[in-house]
Design a protein around this ligand. Structure first.
Ligand SMILES: Cc1ncc(COP(=O)(O)O)c(C=O)c1O
Length: 497
């Protein structure tokens, strides 16, 4: 039996598995090769136009004589399966139909899931704006310059090139105070939460062992409105989350009691939109110092600020009390899956141990690509371009509402990729229904509310979260028009006759 993978991407464009197991039958290997190639063409594994390997290489791959391959090709050319032309080698004939395409009765295409007509859900950056050319250039440069050891197992801390680039960038753009050996690369914010709270890994520090595992342990204080996915992820790790009330100055950090850790979105409260007031930023650091606590700073969209007042990282106030977590999910794309944790010194060993002996999450090649992307200035350029684009979208949203629904209050517009439209009490569900009726996908505030948030401390807020980054540029105007049409009417306005 002769079985082989013809592994010659540059010759035929893909691996081709040829099974010559019946080569002991009539006609021997030549007949077996003809049968195998015919099957490969008929089954569609060799598409029309595909160039076949030269006699010599295929013969070497299969362990047969060169003449056997030459004879097999000649036979298939004669049968019309292949064509042979001077200078372009032997190719699969254009009319060679894969099995089924001609013979099978036409099948109905499966119904395609229809998405919303207007997607105004928060969460995704403008996918059409991914900087493909610059990303490719960085990736190409990084690969060309990479030493061979890059292609072996990776350091769980992440590539030094990326940690150095981030140290410089985060200091400059976000006011983060750190050094490369305090940064651990991960595959995004959600991964960072898992690494910090998972109890499945034995950790080196005595404290972690005394706790029964886990770099950190609950209960964890969180903002009363936040991402349900993160609460669920924490619950799955056995971590209890305790809601903190929110007011116009952000999270009520004065309500922290027994908790040892608090998760905040200080630059742009998610999803309601305001920054944490400077007094509260100082207060949460005081709390952490006094109680031996730690602040988890989720800087998910810190780059996108549209007013003049920059809001730096809380981490800059005390790098030993804050774990700063960022990712490229909003600034570049959630498809990249790269993020970073900037850690107080005492957590570095445990977080590295939680990651394991070698990098198992964040592709080392992607890390090098991102390092070049940041160090070459392409990241800054992209963020600046996107900031302008999102600002203009934000302005169009605000103008559309001022013109068509002036009674609806827009909040959280100084930063980020979404705004919150405050609605009269009791109207959120009907507004979402009206929006769905118009083909608009939108999130209501209720879905972000912590299930244990209680009134009157944590009042229910009616509102919709409008993500203005997702629709393509040409579809945005229509999406805004549809949105204005779905909002509740102004009850105070005089009724028209
Ligand atoms: C509140 C919040 N935190 C963090 C993130 C980033 O998550 P990840 O890095 O896991 O994609 C997002 C989404 O992009 C988010 O909405």
């Amino acid at each position: 039996m002769v079985e082989s993978w013809v592994n010659s991407a540059e010759r035929i464009g893909a691996d081709l598995h040829l099974d010559l197991s019946e080569s002991s039958g009539p006609g021997g290997r030549r007949a077996a090769l003809i049968r195998a190639l015919r099957e490969a063409v008929r089954g569609g594994r060799l598409a029309p136009g595909t160039r076949l390997p030269p006699y010599r290489s295929l013969a070497a791959d299969l362990g047969v004589a060169r003449n056997t391959v030459a004879d097999a090709y000649a036979e298939l050319v004669a049968e019309g399966w292949l064509t042979a032309r001077q200078g372009s080698g032997t190719r699969v004939a254009d009319r060679a139909q894969p099995l089924g395409r001609a013979e099978r009765a036409p099948r109905k295409a499966p119904p395609r899931a229809r998405g919303p007509r207007h997607d105004l859900r928060q969460g995704t950056p403008d996918a059409s704006a991914f900087p493909r050319a610059d990303w490719l250039a960085s990736y190409r440069r990084a690969l060309r310059q990479a030493p061979n050891e890059v292609f072996g197992p990776g350091d769980p801390a992440g590539r030094l090139e990326l940690r150095e680039a981030l140290t410089e960038y985060l200091a400059r753009a976000r006011g983060v105070r750190t050094e490369p050996d305090r940064i651990v690369i991960c595959s995004g914010f959600a991964h960072a939460l898992r690494l910090l709270f998972s109890r499945n890994t034995p950790l080196p520090s005595q404290k972690a062992q005394d706790r029964g595992g886990g770099v950190l342990r609950g209960p964890l204080a969180v903002e009363a409105y936040g991402l349900g996915f993160h609460r669920e992820l924490l619950a799955a790790e056995g971590v209890r989350t305790v809601p903190l009330p929110l007011d116009d100055d952000g999270a009520r950090v004065d309500r922290l009691v027994r908790e040892r850790a608090v998760l905040l979105t200080p630059a742009h409260q998610f999803p309601t939109g305001g920054p944490l007031h400077p007094r509260r930023r100082a207060a949460v650091i005081d709390w952490a110092r006094a109680r031996g606590g730690v602040v988890l700073e989720d800087d998910y969209d810190g780059e996108f600020r549209y007013d003049r007042k920059p809001v730096g990282a809380v981490q800059g106030l005390d790098p030993e009390r804050v774990i700063f977590i960022g990712s490229v999910s909003k600034s570049l794309s959630p498809a990249v899956r790269l993020g970073w944790m900037v850690l107080p010194e005492r957590y570095v060993g445990d977080v590295l141990a939680a990651k394991g002996e070698r990098e198992a999450w964040a592709s080392v090649l992607d890390q090098l690509g991102l390092a070049d992307f940041i160090a070459s200035g392409a990241y800054d350029r992209h963020v600046r371009r996107m900031r302008q684009r999102y600002r203009s979208r934000r302005d169009r949203l605000v103008a559309a509402l001022a013109g068509h629904a002036p009674h609806v209050e827009v909040t959280g517009v100084a930063a980020g990729l979404h705004a919150v439209l405050r609605l009269p009490p009791g109207t959120e569900r009907s507004t979402l229904k009206a929006a769905a009726w118009q083909g608009i996908a939108l999130d209501g505030l209720a879905e972000f509310r912590h299930p244990e948030a209680t009134e009157p401390d944590m009042p229910v807020r009616d509102g919709v979260v409008v993500g203005y980054a997702t629709p393509s540029e040409h579809a945005y105007g229509a999406a805004l028009e549809a949105l204005c049409g779905a909002l509740p009417p102004d009850e105070a306005a005089p009724a028209h006759e």
